[in-house]
Design a protein around this ligand. Structure first.
Ligand code: NAP
Ligand code: GDP
Length: 321
């Protein structure tokens, strides 16, 4: 019987994993989803206590200090230190307790800023990341270095995945912290529900920045399925990009339009170019994933957006606002 510990099991991706596993009910795996209330993983003793309690054979390591462009720009030191601590505690404790496999989470936003496109798995360490999120990026890049070091010294299969931008139910909608999709969903909901005396056709929704940057977005439930596949079947230390196709890349303005459509918003969209754009693009190739799993079907972006907005409006009171 495999015993799988998911760190960060209460977050956006963790909740999606919970959903998939609840539906699947695997009979040869026992899953434990840990949040920060179960253990503060910046604390080594708390990390060891969690591992001693759960006794995992396998780990999906999601826990991290996570946030959108504006949160990263203001907190590079905290992103660096918290994530360095969490990652070292989780990987070293997994090693000490004899875990067979660990799948950790990197991100396409940790790739070099100055690069050729599309970006692939071999390019993670090729040059400095975008200046807005260097703390997060260098902490994440070191997971890959540490995985290789465990492999060289002990032969461990500690590996990592590289998702593109993620969205879905249970996201973090806190205005100063959130990524673009949950941030815009929160602001759109407020705009529509506040000041009901103003006709919606006269309301104006503000897209931060120029709206021109490009992003690939994966639905959290698709990512959860792919991560479970990685846990069960991907047996290499080298990272693997888990992203939608390059052709599915959209501009931030198109994202705003999809959110407006999902809310049936009747007003206007404008761009506030006084706000930062961040990295212009980070187009990643999913060729490696496609070669191993050619038939995987990603959920249509607009359909996933409709489901995400519906989740938010239905679960507003419990959402991380
Ligand atoms: P999230 O919704 O913000 O969830 C973060 C999770 O980490 C939560 O379960 C949180 O626990 C836990 N956590 C944070 N600090 C912790 C600490 N000190 N000790 C223990 N647990 C802690 O993040 P997510 O979007 O699901 O991200 C999951 C993984 O995907 C992360 O590694 C992230 O870097 C990566 N990723 C995310 C994106 C994206 O667009 N969201 C894109 C690429 C990669 P509580 O909620 O219980 O406090
Ligand atoms: P990134 O993909 O790592 O850069 O991070 P985000 O998910 O925060 O996306 C940032 C991009 O979305 C930038 O181009 C922002 O200018 C733009 N954006 C537009 N509106 C918002 C918003 O409400 N919140 C955030 N975080 N970004 C926004």
């Amino acid at each position: 019987m495999k015993k799988v510990l998911v760190t960060g099991g209460t977050g956006l991706v963790g909740q999606a994993l919970q959903d998939i596993i609840k539906n699947e009910q695997p009979n040869d795996e026992e899953w434990f989803f840990a949040g920060s209330k179960d253990a503060d993983l910046t604390n080594l003793v708390a990390t060891q206590a969690l591992f001693e309690k759960v006794k995992p054979t396998h780990v999906i390591h999601l826990a991290a200090m996570v946030g959108g462009l504006f949160h990263n720009m203001n907190n590079n030191l905290d992103f660096l230190r918290n994530n360095l601590l969490i990652n070292d505690h989780v990987l070293q404790t997994a090693h000490e307790l004899g875990c067979t496999k660990v799948v950790s989470c990197l991100s396409t936003c940790i790739f070099p800023d100055n690069t050729s496109y599309p970006i692939d798995e071999t390019m993670v360490h090729n040059g400095p990341p975008h200046v807005s999120n260097y703390g997060y990026s260098y902490a994440k890049r070191l997971i890959d270095i540490q995985n290789h070091a465990y492999h060289d010294k002990y032969g461990h299969l500690y590996t990592s995945v590289i998702p593109c931008n993620i969205f879905g139910p249970h996201d973090n909608y806190k205005p100063d912290v959130s990524h673009v999709i949950p941030g815009m969903i929160n602001r759109m909901h407020k705009l529509r529900t506040e000041q009901p005396e103003i006709p919606e056709s006269e309301k104006v929704f503000t897209v931060y920045g120029s709206g021109k940057p490009l992003r690939q977005f994966i639905y959290s439930l698709d990512l959860a399925k792919l991560m479970i596949w990685v846990l069960r079947h991907y047996n290499s230390v080298e990272p693997i990009v888990l992203s939608v196709d390059e052709s599915a890349e959209v501009t931030i303005y198109e994202v705003a339009e999809a959110i407006a459509k999902a809310f049936n918003f009747k007003g206007k969209l404008i761009c506030d170019t006084s706000k930062a754009d961040g990295q212009y693009k980070k187009t990643a190739s999913n060729a490696k994933l496609r070669s191993l799993l050619p038939d995987f079907k990603f959920t249509d972006f607009e359909e996933a957006m409709q489901a995400s907005v519906l989740w938010y409006t239905t679960n507003y009171d419990q959402a991380r606002n």
